[in-house]
Design a protein around this ligand. Sequence first.
Ligand SMILES: C[S@@+](CC[C@H](N)C(=O)[O-])C[C@H]1O[C@@H](n2cnc3c(N)ncnc32)[C@H](O)[C@@H]1O
Length: 217
Amino acid sequence: MAVWLTQQVGANGRVVATDVDTTYLNRLDLPNLEVRRHNILSDSLDMLGPGSFDLVCTRLMLFWLAGKQEIAIRRMVECLRSGGWLIDEDGDWGMVAPVDPSHSHYALYHRVWKNGEWWASRGYDPTFGQKLPMLFERCGLVNIRHEASAAVVRGGSPWGRWWLQSLEGIRASERADGSLTEERDKEYGVLTAPLTDPSFWFLNALIHACWGQREIS
Ligand SMILES: C[S@@+](CC[C@H](N)C(=O)[O-])C[C@H]1O[C@@H](n2cnc3c(N)ncnc32)[C@H](O)[C@@H]1O
């Protein structure tokens, strides 16, 4: 996303890319890109320049800031100039589920996933992405638009492999912080096993794009 933005703004434009972990961003060496380590929840906005950005663009981050999304959005809005735009792309990660009731993995998967309760029990809102327009409005943005898309894909597909890695990453973090009970570990097994099985069709996450404008003052 940072690279694409540098191409859009051209040689005279400027892109500032931020993350709490800049390991990947630091590999980029582009004349119109500045990389800054910054925590959107707690670091000073003076490091970035409040009221100075034409566009603030964030992707696949807000979902993970459970209970603090509104704070993060308000702070990103503060960075916009009058009339500037905020865009977020985020997912309804808790919606990922099989679509074929006759498949051997279907019943067990649903027993563990429980309509997204598996995510809610970990403190995440399974349908966070679709709430973006309300949050944007609460944070004072106007001219809000929202679009979403999803696909039905099979186990072993690129999306299936990516989702498998994502769940394994969350399992590893639970193992590291000591919250991975034997029962939870089995649940991960149920949710991940079908993801390499090409006969398993499932709805992937609804990915939302929401954008809104800071009022012109
Ligand atoms: C799923 S990755 C998405 C990365 C990138 N935006 C993309 O779309 O490919 C989520 C990113 O959010 C970053 N992140 C998490 N909490 C953050 C915070 N409080 N402030 C800034 N970045 C944060 C993580 O370090 C991680 O790089």
